[in-house]
Design a protein. Structure first.
Length: 289
């Protein structure tokens, strides 16, 4: 037997006792997975905002990224929209014509009706309230206790709302851009997708499958939120503790109409409230450049 093999375990591991307790090992693995998911989320979240800062600095000759960030933050707070939503709009929308000042308030237009959603009167103009109410409606129809809402931004789906799902799940699926999930498949096909048993469905890669199963979900259903042209602007997914047999035609029809209704509202929000936020940002940026 070699001298190295005779050394105690602590010496072989640089003086650190190896972990052998199964419970401790599981906790450490869970911690590392959570850290990995959070890091992945941060790596995905920061580039769009940084890109928008760069666009604003070049467009308005701003003194630095802090000035650009301050402008976006003020506009996002004033119009009650999330910073990453405004940043995405900055990147996607050309600079307004300097010869034609931005038009009057678009968000004064009435939003499309939302029958069937439980909302306070003021909530009809608030994206967070509308998405929460839409999620509740989908979960009521599918009789599920877990679910989430994602919005399409920059060619991927971003987690916006969730109910009953673990922190590991929401961290892992904070951004979805690959084809190996049911929500991505529903976005690509522009149709509802039912996964009757997550454990055996071919659509998932193994990391996604494991994360979903660990969250207590054995089945899921994804409903695209589409505009009038049928383009998905987001997704609502329900998650179920047991494998699914499926849904009735009546349930699928109501889910489809809900997706179209919420999709039309999201389109209105993008073309009114978000555009007004961009106009406000444009006006104030020109005074700084």
């Amino acid at each position: 037997m070699s001298q190295e093999a005779e050394l105690p375990p602590a010496t072989l591991f640089g003086g650190i006792e190896p972990v052998t307790d199964p419970t401790v090992l599981r906790e450490e693995i869970d911690r590392l997975r959570q850290e990995s998911a959070e890091l992945r989320g941060r790596l995905h979240a920061h580039p769009p905002i940084s890109l928008a800062q760069g666009v604003l600095m070049e467009r308005y000759r701003l003194p630095g990224p802090e000035a650009a960030f301050t402008l976006m933050r003020e506009s996002s707070q004033r119009f009650n929209i999330k910073l990453h939503t405004l940043a995405d709009a900055v990147v996607r929308t050309p600079e307004p014509d300097a010869a034609r000042p931005p038009s009057g308030s678009r968000s004064a237009q009435e939003p499309p009706p939302l029958p069937g959603l439980r909302l306070d009167p003021a909530g009809h103009r608030n994206q967070g309230a509308v998405l929460s109410a839409a999620l509740r409606r989908v979960l009521d129809i599918t009789q599920a206790g877990m679910g989430n809402v994602q919005l399409a931004e920059g060619g991927r789906l971003r987690m916006e709302k969730h109910v009953g799902l673990s922190r590991d799940f929401t961290g892992f699926f904070a951004f979805v851009e690959g084809p190996t999930t049911s929500c991505a498949q529903a976005a690509e096909t522009r149709r509802q997708v039912t996964v009757r048993d997550v454990a055996t469905a071919e659509v998932f890669d193994e990391d996604s499958r494991r994360t979903i199963l660990l969250a207590g979900s054995r089945a899921c259903h994804s409903v695209p939120l589409v505009n009038r042209a049928g383009v998905p602007l987001g997704m609502i997914s329900s998650h179920h503790e047991r494998p699914l047999v499926g849904f009735t035609r009546a349930q699928l029809d109501v889910l489809e109409s809900t997706g179209a209704m919420v999709g039309r509202w999201l389109s209105w929000h993008r073309h009114t409230v978000v555009r007004d936020a961009l106009a406000h940002l444009h006006t104030h940026a020109r005074t700084l450049g």
